[in-house]
Design a protein around this ligand. Structure first.
Ligand code: BDR
Ligand code: CA
Length: 349
């Protein structure tokens, strides 16, 4: 990114762990559209859809965005200690709503997603920013093979949990943590040693403040110079985009399914951009306000398994292992999202 002196400031190496997923796809596009980001690899984690479909989605999205040579790694088939659940009701049968992605010629890395975490961290010691926006399965597996991972990373941003807030999967548990609670517990334990920079943890209490609306999507399409028919709750279900730009078309067809899901949940014709907020924070933590806390995951409760609990006041006598997001300026986030993704889509068009 030009720094005003005609030089390019160093780009931030980012490693993305995703269970793509409509909002995961939006997060990846944000990173690819950001001149200050150097996306160095993608871990495909089972979650919103099965792991092979997540791999296909990541490869197809890169193809659509004209990116070649990006290492994409396959993760474990499912959680470390429980059966996999997927969320086609939320993200569509293939994870991208009504959108169809191209299938490219690119292949996956010969090593798996856990090893990809370790390789990326060792390749950029002290510089790499990790972004984990799916179940924490592969990050937990990486920590088992490289316990020094927390010291190798510059920063870790997690989308997961719900802090003093209801869940979206059970009454109290958020999806990413609920799918693999044991993995999440392992990750929070790994950051419990003193002197580590705690991960920034964005829970539903924060990310549900970031709601994409049809009006905002219309602005995105305009920024891509690719007008489209404004989406409306009155449209027939599954109405397809008429945008000329291929990326805007895919994002609109994906978002429409996500809008319809949120509407059916009683949340309005909108969609929460959980994972894109994490992508924005990975590049610039100052866009959220955080509060340190000691976070742990309930593993045993019959009603509360997968719940994230924040000890705000040190009652457990353990040091903080998380910077929990508590405030965000959603308007500023959307300005940045549109300013980056719109022109990026236009350049692809
Ligand atoms: C999280 O769950 C997934 O469905 C989304 O992609 C997001 O990462 C929100 O709870
Ligand atoms: Ca996700």
């Amino acid at each position: 990114m030009p720094n005003g002196n005609g030089e390019s400031a160093a780009r931030i190496p980012v490693f993305a762990d995703v269970d793509t997923g409509v909002d995961d796809a939006m997060a990846l596009v944000y990173l690819l559209a950001s001149a200050d980001a150097d996306l160095v690899g993608i871990a495909s984690t089972a979650g919103n859809v099965g792991v092979d479909q997540v791999c296909r989605n990541n490869l197809g999205l890169l193809e659509l965005c004209g990116v070649t040579g990006m290492p994409v790694s396959r993760g474990a088939d499912g959680p470390v200690a429980s059966a996999l659940r997927t969320a086609e009701d939320t993200h569509g049968p293939q994870g991208l709503g009504y959108a169809q992605l191209p299938s490219g010629d690119s292949t996956l890395t010969t090593y798996d997603a856990a090893e990809a975490w370790v390789r990326a961290a060792r390749a950029h010691p002290g510089e790499l920013v990790g972004m984990a926006v799916g179940p924490l399965t592969n990050l937990a597996l990486a920590l088992r093979t490289e316990p020094a991972l927390p010291t190798l990373l510059r920063r870790l941003v997690i989308m997961g949990g719900a802090f003093d807030y209801r869940g979206n999967t059970t009454a109290v548990a958020e999806w990413n943590v609920s799918v693999d609670p044991e993995a999440a517990a392992e990750v929070f334990a790994a950051w419990s040693a003193p002197d580590l920079e705690p991960p920034i943890v964005l829970g539903l209490n924060l990310t549900e403040n970031v709601a994409l609306t049809p009006a905002l999507f219309t602005r995105l399409a305009a920024a891509a110079q690719s007008p489209t028919a404004p989406m409306s709750v009155l449209d027939d279900r599954g109405t397809r985009s008429v945008a000329a730009n291929p990326l805007i078309r895919v994002l609109e067809d994906a978002m429409r399914f996500y809008f319809e899901f949120h509407f059916d949940q009683g949340e309005g014709y909108l969609a929460h951009l959980h994972d894109p907020l994490a992508a924005a924070v990975a590049l610039d933590p100052d866009i959220v306000e955080c509060r340190p806390a000691t976070v742990d995951v309930e593993l045993a409760g019959t009603l509360t398994r997968g719940m994230t609990i924040a000890d705000w006041n040190g009652r457990w006598g353990r040091p903080p292992n998380a910077l929990v997001g508590i405030g965000v300026d959603a308007g500023a986030f959307f300005e940045r999202f549109i300013a980056r993704v719109g022109p990026f889509a236009h350049r692809l068009g």
